[in-house]
Write a protein that binds this ligand. Sequence first.
Ligand code: PMP
Length: 359
Amino acid sequence: MSLDDLPLREELRGKVPYGAPQAPLPIALNVNENTHPVPEEVADDILDSIALALREVNRYPDREFVALRESFADYLGHGVTADQVWAANGSNEVLQHVLQAFAGPGRTAFGFEPTYSMYPLLARGTGATWIGGSREPDFTVTPDDAASQVADAAPDVVFLCAPNNPTGTPMRLDVIEAVYDATDGIVVVDEAYQEFAPHEERSALTLLPDRPRLVVSRTMSKAFAFAGARVGYLAADAALVDALRLVRLPYHLSALTQAAALAALRHAPVMLRMVDEIVSQRDRMSATLEALGYRAYESWSNFVLFGGVDDPAATWQGLYDQGVLIRDIGIPGCLRVTAGTEEETTAFLEALASIDSPA
Ligand code: PMP
């Protein structure tokens, strides 16, 4: 029996699942995790909270996760209220809920490629069709071009990844405003990496007032060092959030997840304290890559896309053989690497320098 013999949905035939390699290498810089563990004192408090929740785990959890929504609203600021917040098991599930409510069969979702590889997979999973737009050669998008591409495609859902994965490219607010005005659909600004952007830069949260079709999604997986806990969230108009209740599974956020996330949010400043360190490693990575003769693309995230790689598959393998796992995301001449701890970043840079360099 193989997949081909099964009565699989037609649109899923021949497709491959999300598959970033999970190899047990000493230096894992391939999926943009926060490579710093949760600080000890916070881990203890999270454990206590989970232990308490466990005592009532015979009961279903709060289906509306009210306390957690309030806590996210406090963290986000910008006047966001609890009824404007939604959360799920990772921002992947948050985005899936948006697509289940607003895309689906006969509808379309759009993004400027290259962009986060899960958008097309999530869209297809709901039966929607994916439309890939284009970027400038340096991976930026201009307001005029963005608006005209979106107006032409007339999608039901637009994804704006800000900053963009896998390129790290910032997205200015004027692009978001232009796209919003060019469509009647839902505009999702995916701010998974927002905390790594320069502190003085404005978040798309500032655009939420008077934009009822705008969604700003976030995750605890990156800056909060919480990828294994699976917690993502979004802010949007309360009516839009209400629509997501139509598609979520009842009790989708377990009592243990809610307890863990609430405890982590109580310690937000400590959880986030590695962000500046990661940003400095990212900048060191970019500077050293340039010195080695590669092109490091501007990044406002916790990773760097670098070009000028003659044979990305060979360089990826050369690093792998030295115990360093990075990502070949299929952009010609490019590889992507996550900023690690100082030691991990050094290990990557030394391994790369030992392989080859374009300079
Ligand atoms: N959005 C972007 C742009 C991402 O890069 C990722 C993870 N790599 C996600 C969303 C999903 O993250 P999670 O489900 O862990 O919140």
